[in-house]
Design a protein around this ligand. Structure first.
Ligand code: ATP
Ligand code: MG
Length: 367
């Protein structure tokens, strides 16, 4: 899929600005704080309906504006389509595709993106929440049913956490505790099967990429970790449900004492290792960056296999800390689909990739 053109009105530091992109590589150049990441963020919005760096939509609206609009012409599934998102302070966002109202979840049927930004280094070094989020975002793009499971799970988790926190002041809350636990076990069982399947594909796709990236010197592995009593995350949802319920029963008192949910898919993790050693503890800076990039490029391959089209690859500040050989590897690897890559100076990237260059300055874009 290709984003051909994007118009930004009141979006971050852009107002009444448009950009046209090539189907291949697009190098977005500019000094610091000019709007490079803001442009990538708008393209990401087309696939998810939200930002990758702000929790609140109001932060996306230009400082002096009451609302904003992102409008894009895209080619996807052999059709020319128009995606429009409108945010107005204090109102729910309005999303349309070809003039028809859509939910944020439905956008992934039209546009898919894979983003790599400096924060993605946290995938390797930070706690499990970042890796769960990566997995969840990726699965939501290919399995719409998973997005619903995730929403159900979050609702159950919030309710159960509230009960565990407040039951001492209001003991009647305990009447519904077991129902919420049961709901969490049922939904977790289904999520675990999706996540285990995704982790296996991610490992299969990322290992060869990382091997090439490191000139054959490093072996990357990804192993899915879930509730301790689950012996096989690929077993039937019913079997996993029973095993989670067993864990819940054992930890019921501990949950009441600690006021925390101790059993469920919210504790899952991906164990990422380089040459058999936990990357979180032992990977160097370069290995960390390489491993994170390998995972993202693997996500792109999985989306291609699932949808038949390359997603739009968004690379924010990816080359700055890579040595020349690794830069070359990235630039060679991004062929095939559309890529938007930001950098402070072109440094020949456009020549090396044959790509289009867009210069960004103070919220203005020129080719
Ligand atoms: P860097 O090279 O440092 O990463 P960048 O070109 O990626 O820079 P952006 O993150 O795109 O920079 O931000 C550009 C400018 O947009 C910043 O000065 C930022 O303060 C400004 N900005 C952020 N949010 C808004 C907003 N809601 N309204 C107006 N301007 C904003
Ligand atoms: Mg930036």
């Amino acid at each position: 899929m290709i984003v051909r053109r994007i118009a930004l009105n009141g979006w971050r530091n852009y107002d009444f600005e448009t950009a046209e992109f090539d189907a291949g590589t697009n190098v977005i150049c500019g000094a610091n704080a000019q709007g490079k990441t803001n442009l990538l963020e708008a393209v990401y919005l087309l696939s998810t309906g939200r930002s990758f760096r702000s929790r609140f939509d109001r932060e996306l609206i230009g400082f002096d504006c009451g609302g904003c609009e992102v409008l894009a012409d895209v080619r996807s599934h052999d059709r020319e389509q128009t995606v429009q998102l409108r945010l107005v302070n204090g109102r729910p966002k309005r999303i349309t595709v070809n003039g028809v109202k859509k939910t944020a979840g439905e956008l992934s049927e039209v546009v898919n993106t894979v983003l790599f930004c400096p924060d993605d280094l946290n995938l390797i070094k930070e706690g499990a929440a970042v890796r769960r989020r990566m997995m969840d975002n990726a699965i939501c793009q290919i399995r719409p049913r998973y997005a619903q499971l995730l929403a159900d799970f979050n609702r159950l988790y919030e309710n159960k956490t509230r009960i565990l926190r407040d039951w001492r002041e209001k003991p009647s809350l305990l009447d519904t505790l077991d129902d919420f636990s049961d709901g969490m076990a049922r939904v977790s069982a289904q999520m675990i099967r999706y996540r285990a399947a995704y982790a296996r594909r991610l490992c299969e796709a990322a290992a060869p990429i990382h091997r090439d990236f490191s000139d054959g010197g490093e072996e990357l592995s990804v192993v899915y970790k879930t509730v301790g009593t689950v012996t096989d995350p690929f077993a039937s949802a019913k079997e996993i449900y029973y095993q989670i319920s067993e864990h819940q029963e054992k930890h019921r008192q501990a949950e009441l004492d600690s006021a925390q949910c101790l059993t469920g898919a919210h504790k899952d993790d991906l164990e990422i290792a380089v040459n058999g050693r936990a990357a979180r503890a032992f990977a160097s800076q370069g290995q960390t960056r390489t491993a994170a990039l390998s995972l993202k490029l693997a996500e792109r391959e999985i989306l291609l296999a699932e949808t038949g089209e390359y997603p739009v690859l968004l690379l924010d500040d990816v080359l700055s800390e890579l040595d020349a050989r690794r830069q070359e590897f990235v630039l060679n690897r991004i062929g095939g689909g559309q890529t938007l890559i930001t950098c402070c100076e072109d440094e020949g990237i456009s020549k090396r990739t044959g790509g289009r260059v867009l210069f960004v300055e103070g919220g203005r874009i020129r080719a």
